[in-house]
Design a protein around this ligand. Structure first.
Ligand SMILES: Cc1cc2nc3c(=O)[nH]c(=O)nc-3n(C[C@H](O)[C@H](O)[C@H](O)COP(=O)(O)OP(=O)(O)OC[C@H]3O[C@@H](n4cnc5c(N)ncnc54)[C@H](O)[C@@H]3O)c2cc1C
Length: 509
């Protein structure tokens, strides 16, 4: 009997299984498909996802496998209206100051290989048919062709996508709707040199995105013009003229073309008893901003360390309640934001067309001249802005950093404070000199203490000189104190006892 059964081997399930297995959890992962996905779907891997992968030890390997889109061009009918360097926007905010263009099929194959390296194989052709749960276990009925078999586990993670059988079995509502418009996606070859940047084309007729894909291809994404959407076009040829005019390319070959409708829904709950929902099983939204897959991966990272800690008796079971409170709020907010962006992209009428085709590109040009606006934009798209300040697990504040915030990175100009995060264990960071009392307390609790000599880069990142920060296994600050002294040790003691945290038996990577 595995401790955790992961249903679905898309990006969310694969990351869930990897994070659990490396924390010493006995995990089993199944998927109804016969192998990893073959459609390139999500292209954008955001900086926060790469930061998590860096903790797992393969952030740089993935970054090398993809194409870092370092510059965003905003164009309208008059040509280029704004050019933004992501490297400049986020250079001191993240080790990965860009959006990585890496197709989802390659991404999934990459994760399947990493899992195999640690001895976990996905069981393909295996479908979750139904499930039942009691106070101490979940019994899943698995279907393999004509055969069915029951499997018991302590917890079940439903990472089984938008049509989630887990969500249905748990009778969790999935409210929302479907937009009227139709989207297209095309992987193409174009005349001339392919661009390695991300281009956003704003026109009165809509919005068209162009991103680099492996092998010199260009991914074109946008709305099917309404006059061609019913019935949906079967080939790119139907929409070639308006798309080429909007995006400013001449397509010489189409390697993949698909149309799809966009839905926006959030599950009413992310947990029922011993079963959890993560990724598209819990939330789906417009692909505006390339956030969906990255949010699912964020869910998996958030839940995996909590499950491992509770299963291994290193934290009280109430820790699992914080998964939903931390992640569902962000999912709801994301659906609202992408909804607004999507409506802006798709609405018709002279006023919106004027704003989209003329005013917005001009405003983008002006806004990106200001460094604060550029940084805000990078934080939003890259998902590094996600924080859990309002959740029960976050406590205290030192400098600009609150309990619940992502630990800011200081490595661009100062010491790399993310290096110790590779252990994926709880740790105490002191930016300055810890007192002897605090060091002794940490040692007594088997909590790793990392002290960093004060540096201006830390001030720039919002950290406070001489302050202490308790950092969670997923790189978020749990607790913060302006001091690193005996008082801080007492505060930590209270926090650690409240959650029943035990660092002695933690599995370090
Ligand atoms: C055209 C397009 C472009 C996109 N672009 C982006 C982008 O740039 N950036 C971004 O972040 N997101 C993007 N997305 C969204 C992204 O593709 C999804 O958010 C992502 O695939 C969700 O991953 P997941 O693992 O949660 O679910 P899925 O990828 O749907 O995986 C679910 C898995 O569960 C399996 N499964 C289902 N039911 C069962 C069952 N009963 N038993 C066993 N297995 C089951 C399925 O076979 C599947 O492998 C895009 C989506 C589309 C369609």
């Amino acid at each position: 009997m595995p401790e955790v059964l992961v249903v679905g081997a898309g990006p969310t399930g694969l990351v869930m299984a990897y994070a659990l297995a490396t924390q010493g959890v006995d995990v089993h992962i199944i998927d109804q498909a016969s192998g990893p996905g073959t459609a390139s779907r999500a292209m954008g891997v955001q900086a926060r996802t790469l930061e998590f992968y860096r903790q797992f030890g393969f952030g740089d390997a993935m970054a090398e496998a993809g194409i870092p889109a370092k510059t965003v061009h905003v164009r309208n009918a008059g040509g280029e209206a704004a050019q933004v360097s992501l490297a400049e926007m986020g250079g001191d905010l993240s080790p990965y100051p860009y959006m990585l263009a890496y197709p989802q099929d390659a991404h999934e194959a990459f994760l399947v290989e990493r899992l195999a390296e640690i001895g976990v194989e996905v069981e393909w052709n295996t479908e979750l048919a139904s499930l039942e749960q009691s106070a101490d276990q979940v019994v899943a009925e698995l279907r393999r062709g004509e055969r069915t078999q029951k499997m018991s586990c302590a917890y079940l993670c439903g990472c089984d996508g938008a049509h989630s059988a887990t969500r249905h079995a748990l009778e969790i509502g999935f409210d929302g709707g479907t937009y009227a418009g139709l989207f297209y996606v095309a992987d193409t070859e174009v005349e001339g040199e392919p661009s390695m940047d991300l281009t956003v084309n704003l026109g009165s007729a809509g919005i068209g995105l162009c991103l680099p894909v492996r092998g010199g291809q260009q991914r074109l994404i946008g709305m099917v013009p309404s006059e061609h959407s019913d019935p949906p076009p079967e080939s790119f040829e139907t929409i070639r003229a308006p798309v080429e005019a909007l995006i400013g390319v001449t397509v010489t070959k189409v390697n993949w073309f698909s149309t799809y409708q966009v839905h926006h829904r959030v599950a009413d709950a992310f947990r029922r008893g011993r079963c959890f929902l993560a990724g598209d099983a819990g939330h789906i939204h417009s692909p505006a901003g390339g956030q969906g897959m990255n949010t699912g991966i964020g869910d998996a990272v958030n839940l995996a360390w909590k499950l491992a800690a509770v299963l291994q008796g290193r934290a009280q079971p109430k820790l699992l309640e914080t998964y939903e409170t931390e992640r569902i709020g962000f999912a709801r907010e994301l659906v609202d934001t992408t909804d607004r962006a999507f409506r802006f992209m798709t609405s018709e009428g002279w006023a919106t067309e004027f704003i989209r085709g003329w005013l917005a590109p001009k405003l983008a040009g002006v806004a990106t001249k200001f460094s604060a606006a550029r940084r805000k934009m990078f934080r939003l798209i890259s998902q590094i802005r996600i924080e859990y300040r309002d959740c029960e697990l976050g406590e205290g504040k030192a400098g600009e950093i609150h309990g619940g915030d992502r630990l800011p990175w200081t490595g661009a100009k100062g010491p790399d404070n993310y290096a110790p995060l590779r252990s994926c264990t709880w740790q105490l960071h002191v930016y300055g000199e810890p007192s002897e009392e605090l060091a002794t307390w940490a040692e007594g609790r088997s909590l790793d203490l990392h002290s960093f000599s004060w540096d201006e880069a830390m001030d720039d990142a919002g950290l406070a000189e001489g302050a202490s920060y308790l950092v969670r296994p997923d790189g978020y600050v749990a607790w913060a104190d302006k001091q690193a002294d005996e008082g801080a040790a007492k505060g930590l003691e209270v926090y650690v006892d409240r959650w029943g945290l035990d660092f002695v038996r933690e599995v370090a990577r």
